[in-house]
Design a binder for this molecule. Sequence first.
Ligand SMILES: O=C(O)CCC(=O)C(=O)O
Ligand SMILES: [Fe+2]
Length: 366
Amino acid sequence: FSSVTVICRRRCHLINSALNAEQGPLTPSQLSYAVSTIQAGHIAVIDDFLPKSFTSKLREDASNLYSQNLFEADGLASYTTTKTFDPNVSRQVLKSASWHSIPLGDSGTRRSFGTKMHSLRTQISSPLLRPTLKTGTLNYQTDWPDIKKKHEISYTRYSVNASLGRHTDEHCEMLKKREGWVRPTRRSVSWLVYLNDDWSVSNGGELRCYERKYNVSGKVGATEEGDLQVGWLAGDKERAVFLDARGNGYGNMVRLFVEEGGRREYVTGEFPADPTLYLAGGVGVRVFFNSDVLGRAYQPLEPPKTPSDQFLKSPTLGYETVKDVLPLEGRLVMFDSVALPHEVLECYGRERWSCSGWFHEDQQEG
Ligand SMILES: O=C(O)CCC(=O)C(=O)O
Ligand SMILES: [Fe+2]
């Protein structure tokens, strides 16, 4: 009986989510492509998401606000090839709070774009099985500034010769003590809409994504309970490794696990959430695995961060494939904010404009 119930529940869930499918900017086939691609930890690319008449207005608004000195360097500024911030060769951002500010620039155009992205967030929530993506419905007449609580949107400008080093957009604080649960939401789906007319291969500026080469089974990014992914058990059947930081006093001690057939299987014992273990991009935790074989198969998501780490051979070599995506006008890309490392290659001959954003889901309860 119980297995029949399980199957029925699954079917009902599938039928319900199909029936409840929200209207939104993606066609049914674009939606199913985007969902399966994001769930596999890859990048979904949807061309002509915005018509030229719309991107040109956004581009004009962005460059107008840039010339008013409203853009600033953000936390990723030092992720460049030289690791230093140079205002002449830089990536600068109009942050979400300014982006949503009604008195600034062409906020009418931003509002109608924001509405479209808001309905995309609602549309993708159920099929992606991330129910809290769509909570917090907002009334745009009165609540426009509040949107940033569930949805960041910003403009980004790369000057000629700017680039952005490899990173992920959301990560589990390795020291997930009390602070790890303070914020109510976290980044779940990263998206970009590019605003560059007549961009060509010779202009560079590709978004380079490091997708896993082999098939991934099960969830990526986070579990249903909201434990975030920190790495992979590499092999021809890839398994995401998640961090359980809830035991023993809010992350003083943590454990890593994989999911097998919906059940969690711990691959390490408890170990202290000590930041020095993560200096070499996280390979230090290998010693805590239940066996040498598991430890050797472990590959952290995060790249090595300190200059001395750069000398270490990348532990992910051979298990990733590179996908380069040009920042073409009107193109939308979406990917999991936790699972997919990416970078932006150097731009040549011209500046590069985009609208970038992150759909948030609720943070795990502590
Ligand atoms: O501009 C892009 O294509 C990617 C930017 C990015 O990775 C980020 O802002 O986090
Ligand atoms: Fe990013």
